[in-house]
Ligand binder design. Structure first.
Ligand code: ADP
Length: 225
């Protein structure tokens, strides 16, 4: 796939009810780039992300995506399964048949990358929302993910944690050469991305300059009622 981390062609998906959720979507994201996915509620953002992650199967079209893929949900409590930070990050590696020394190294590297190494033994319940999201990201990094898909990861965060998370994902994308697609409603986050896609009723209607798309989304939001 050359330098592309995600290449999607003519993707279509409909629900069992017959409702079309994604129509003729084509998009590309190169390695080392941080893109955002915008659209009003119900435009199909989560559905598109789940299709890219392989959590839903398209009815037609092609999805080329580098693996492993890391997925970060809006609510980290739906994602973190182990009692402590280090154990949770290691959990994603259980199927990889790695030596204990390699697992330890991968977990420590991933936690350092999200600035949580000092909290390795901390119980998950004692973390803030932003720290939990960084544990979820560390889980993906420990698996050496090539692509990070994030579904409104800051929706439950306060403004300080929001800025910390979006800027740390940007630096991870750049330092590790991974690609990220981040769904957001919070328009100030667009300052951190390389480009954005705009979904309207399941179709990608625009892509490119985040500031131009921001204006277009604000018009859509203003007109929706
Ligand atoms: P967004 O993430 O942009 O808010 P979604 O991808 O969640 O949009 O939803 C797109 C459309 O698909 C909406 O019309 C929504 O009602 C519908 N939808 C979402 N999840 C399901 C589901 N599990 N079954 C049927 N319809 C769904």
């Amino acid at each position: 796939m050359g330098q592309l981390a995600i290449k999607v062609r003519e993707l279509n998906f409909h629900w069992p009810s017959g409702e079309t959720a994604i129509r003729s979507c084509s998009l590309e994201i190169p390695r080392g780039e941080f893109w955002m996915l915008l659209g009003i509620n119900g435009s199909g953002k989560s559905t598109l992300l789940r299709l890219l992650a392989g959590l839903l199967a398209p009815h037609s079209g092609e999805i080329g995506i580098l693996h492993p893929v890391g997925f970060v949900f809006q609510n980290p409590d739906h994602q973190l399964v182990m009692p402590s930070v280090g154990a949770d990050v290691a959990f994603g590696l259980v199927e990889e048949k790695l030596s204990p020394a390699t697992i330890k190294k991968r977990v420590e590297e991933a936690l350092s990358a999200v600035n949580l190494l000092s909290l390795q033994r901390r119980p998950i319940y004692a973390l803030s929302g932003g720290q939990k999201q960084r544990v979820a990201i560390a889980g993906a990094l420990a698996r050496h993910c090539s692509v990070l898909l994030l579904d409104e990861p800051t929706a439950l965060l306060d403004p300080d944690s929001q800025v910390e998370l979006v800027s740390s994902v940007r630096s991870l994308v750049k330092s590790r050469g991974i690609a990220a697609l981040w769904v957001t409603h919070r328009l100030d986050e667009l300052n951190y991305c390389d480009g954005a896609f705009l979904l309207e009723k399941g179709a990608l209607v625009d892509q490119g300059d985040p500031q131009r798309l921001k204006k277009r989304l604000m018009n859509l939001e203003g007109n929706k009622s």
